[in-house]
Ligand binder design. Structure first.
Ligand SMILES: Cc1cc2nc3c(=O)[nH]c(=O)nc-3n(C[C@H](O)[C@H](O)[C@H](O)COP(=O)(O)OP(=O)(O)OC[C@H]3O[C@@H](n4cnc5c(N)ncnc54)[C@H](O)[C@@H]3O)c2cc1C
Length: 400
């Protein structure tokens, strides 16, 4: 049976970054991934935006990792030839209430140490001529960028492999038994032994944690984010990235326009309850997983607030009715016409919800016997993945 010092469960950006940082330190590390390709789930199905840190509460781990992660990822991608478009982002305020909220974002940017300034409508129009006439002002964050997230994860995996990491693809972890300081991992393709395990299983992180007796008290509730893309004749409607002013009470940023590194402009994502953790369309169901969500008290406490019910209804409408999605998008760019929106891909967020019905917004990492569990990587997990993976690698080394 193969034996390794550390086994990382999950071949997304968090798991592969952790493996790369462990391999770099000379640790004998392996990645166990259930799919036959890396970055098949959240890490390859996101907006691909490097969020430079204006959106996060100062002093938090998330804020520190976002600022550092953005800078490090740009350097890393430049070095490895991974496409990055350093186009910056405009967070647009369309009324006075939103304009006031820009001040909070600006203050957070200053405290977190990332560049951002509040600009007048005229400045926005110079860069984004198709943005709404109702624009009062915007926060301009030049450090924001767009990255090819799949190529990034593959580059990281290449580095890890060069430094000696092993990848077990198509191996789904099914169960674990532990004795005499060694974990025996039962996978769909045989057993492996590990002195230490890092669980970065994303949408299934809570389930994997339970194999180690960890993670009671919260559960992943899967929220699907769906995208449209603009037809080629309409991509000039967004030249950088155009975001609405976020609602501080919600963990999702709202439908936005992102110019990707391949020149496509994607619009989205919305946020609807997915009927399975990997249910990428509203026709896909995983009955047991849906039953798991619906029998979870935390889920019902979450949706019982009047505000959340309203948001859920609105997001559901955007999922089933293109007209509603387009109308929400036209709030930022009124010239965009329905026929210029084509359905594109979707991703499912592993949103951790506590038993009290709180959406957990900070990263949650718990430890078990000779194991570390990333129970909540949360957005912007891609942006944070270099410092976060390094942090997890260090924790594993310290605890082996
Ligand atoms: C719609 C959407 C938009 C987003 N936009 C952004 C953005 O613009 N910028 C940003 O920074 N972040 C963004 N994020 C967040 C970011 O994508 C995630 O935080 C990040 O990808 C999480 O990475 P991960 O490695 O933890 O999880 P994942 O990428 O989901 O990887 C987990 C891996 O574990 C594997 N796995 C699961 N169970 C098992 C098992 N039992 N055995 C073996 N393998 C297993 C899965 O197959 C998967 O490959 C977005 C997320 C979504 C869904």
């Amino acid at each position: 049976m193969p034996e390794h010092e550390v086994v990382v469960v999950g071949g997304g950006c968090v798991g592969v970054s952790t493996a790369r940082h462990l391999a770099e330190r000379g640790v004998d590390v392996a990645v166990v991934e259930k799919e036959y390709a890396l970055a098949e789930h959240q890490s390859g199905r996101n907006s691909g935006v490097l969020h430079p840190g204006f959106n996060y509460e100062p002093g938090t781990l998330k804020a520190r990792f976002a600022v550092e992660g953005t800078r490090r990822m740009k350097e890393y991608c430049a070095d490895r030839g991974v496409p990055v478009d350093e186009c910056g982002v405009f967070v647009v305020a369309l009324d006075e209430e939103e304009e006031k909220r820009l001040d909070t974002l600006k203050r957070q940017a200053d405290e977190n140490g990332t560049e951002a300034r509040i600009v007048e409508a005229g400045f926005v129009e110079e860069h984004e001529p198709h943005v709404s006439d109702e624009t009062q002002a915007a926060l301009y964050a030049p450090e924001a960028a767009s990255v090819d997230s799949r190529k990034y994860v593959h580059a990281l995996a290449g580095d890890a492999e060069t430094d000696g990491a092993t990848f077990y693809m198509g191996h789904e972890l099914k169960n674990v038994s532990s004795a005499d300081g060694v974990h025996t991992l039962r996978t769909s393709k045989g057993e492996l032994e590990a002195d230490y395990v890092v669980n970065a299983a994303g949408l299934y992180a809570d389930r994997v944690a339970r194999y180690f007796g960890v993670g009671d008290g919260m559960r992943v509730v899967p929220f699907r984010g769906e995208y449209y893309e603009l037809t080629p004749d309409a991509t000039d409607l967004c030249r950088t990235m155009i975001y609405p002013t976020p609602d501080p009470e919600l963990p999702f940023l709202g439908v936005h326009y992102t110019r990707r590194t391949d020149g496509k402009v994607i619009v989205g994502p919305n946020a609807v309850l997915a009927f399975g953790r990997e249910a990428y369309t509203n026709k896909q169901f995983a009955v047991r997983e849906l039953a798991g969500t619906l029998s979870y008290g935390g889920f019902w406490r979450l949706v019982s607030s009047r505000k959340m019910l309203g948001v859920a209804w609105d997001e559901l409408n955007k999922s089933y009715r293109k007209k509603r999605f387009v109308r929400a998008s036209q709030r930022l760019v009124p010239e965009a016409r329905a026929e210029q929106f084509v359905r594109s891909y979707a991703g499912v967020r592993a949103q951790m919800v506590s038993k009290d019905g709180e959406l957990v917004k900070q990263p949650v990492v718990e430890h078990g016997d000779a194991s570390t569990h990333v129970l909540n990587a949360v957005s912007p997990g891609l942006t944070c993945s270099l410092p976060f993976g390094e942090h997890l690698a260090q924790e594993a080394v310290d605890r082996i």
